[in-house]
Ligand binder design. Structure first.
Ligand code: NAD
Ligand code: TYD
Length: 340
């Protein structure tokens, strides 16, 4: 029986991780800490809340005193830090909150982990800390040795946090691990991100805003496979190590959008090319050899199956995302896409 403190558990990957862990380790006590920003949603955790050994704290990870009180009370064995501002476009509009949550919040979580003692502090990072790869060099992949070279305020804040995590390991001996995963997709993803945004817009017969020419490449992984990798790393990963996570599934944005149109029986005429994202990374591609070799991790879900499951989930769970896109999201959408 372990006690695992999970930050950002009301968001996309954190919530999927909570469900994954409740399923695989039903005897573990899961402590979720989330401040419920625009990206956090309590309805996502409805089923998790029904379990006795699950507890939720609405707390900001930057709030040192409140975080210390939670550690004092709960005495977690393992911390998994998902909480972050996660959307690149928002980071271009307003970097500050990214630096606060992603860097200072990480510091507070690690200070608490040092003060109260944990067997593992795991930092959920991203492949975006490696910058991007050129489209004309399909032979190149991000390995754990690839230098950190960031493009957006989001990726810079995640990279800064990673460096701080490594510094806390070296300076204070904090037992850390870091995972750097490629783009995730699956249930409960906030509809500002490419795949759910295109599903929601296509269903409403609204324009599908593709940035630039739609040729940028992302390496897509079904969210459950990311959760499985983190479960393996917190149990069997080597302290101080970084693990890349990805399933060798590179796709151009435009091809993803066309797959969604086809699956929903919608016309590709909905596709609208809009002004490109500033500093837009061209290609992400993970080399997952290390986590495969050392921990035996391999993805279970192929993209062809995962995307169909995901589309079906959005069809079956309309109230979940319709409620989200009816509120302040409308203002965000108008601001970001209004005259693009
Ligand atoms: P998300 O935006 O869906 O969820 C983030 C969650 O963190 C929300 O529930 C939000 O309320 C919470 N949060 C934000 N600021 C907080 C604060 N100050 N205190 C407490 N809670 C706070 O993000 P996601 O897509 O689930 O990403 C989770 C993690 O995985 C992030 O660290 C992200 O960098 C990383 N990651 C994401 C992807 C991806 O494709 N989505 C890929 C690789 C890594
Ligand atoms: P996103 O889901 O924001 O993830 P990230 O930027 O972290 O990779 O975007 C995925 C890709 O889709 C990225 O190349 C930007 C592109 N994109 C669009 O073309 N249109 C959109 O409306 C969005 C949100 C993203």
């Amino acid at each position: 029986m372990k006690k695992i403190l999970i930050t950002g558990g009301a968001g996309f990957i954190g919530a999927n991780f909570i469900y994954y862990m409740q399923d695989r380790h039903p005897d573990y006590r899961l402590i979720c800490v989330d401040s419920l920003t625009y990206a956090g949603n309590m309805s996502t955790l409805e089923k998790a809340m029904a379990k006795d050994n699950f507890v939720f704290y609405r707390t900001d990870i930057c709030d040192r005193q409140a975080i210390y009180e939670i550690f004092e009370k709960e005495q977690p064995d393992i911390v998994v830090n998902f909480a972050a501002e996660s959307h690149v476009d928002r980071s271009i509009e307003n970097p500050e909150v990214f630096l606060d949550t992603n860097i200072k919040g990480t510091m507070v979580m690690m200070d608490a982990a040092r003060k109260y003692g944990v067997e593992r502090y795991h930092q959920v990072s991203t492949d975006e800390v490696y910058g991007d790869l050129p489209l004309d060099r399909p032979d190149l992949f991000f390995t754990e040795e690839t230098p950190i070279t960031t493009s957006s305020p989001y990726s810079s804040s995640k990279a800064a946090a990673d460096l701080l995590v490594q510094a806390y390991h070296r300076t204070y001996g904090l037992p850390v691990t870091i995972s750097r995963c490629s783009n995730n997709y699956g249930p409960y993803q906030f509809p500002e991100k490419l795949i759910p945004l295109m599903i929601a817009n296509a269903l409403a017969e609204k324009p599908l805003p593709v940035y630039g020419e739609g040729l940028n490449v992302r390496d897509w992984l079904y969210v459950e496979d990311h959760c499985k990798a983190i479960d393996m790393i917190i149990h069997d990963g080597v302290v101080g190590e970084v693990y890349n996570i990805g399933g060798h599934n590179e796709m151009k944005n435009i091809d993803i959008v066309k797959i969604i149109c086809k699956a929903l029986g919608k016309s590709e005429d909905l596709i609208t090319y809009v002004t490109d994202r500033k500093g837009h990374d061209m290609r992400y591609a993970i080399d997952p050899e290390k986590i495969h070799r050392e921990l035996g991790w391999l993805p279970d879900t192929m993209f062809a199956d995962g995307i169909q499951k995901t589309i079906q989930w959005y069809l079956d769970n309309r109230p979940w995302w319709e409620q989200i896109i009816s509120g302040e999201y409308m203002d965000y959408y108008e601001k970001m896409y209004g005259d693009r």
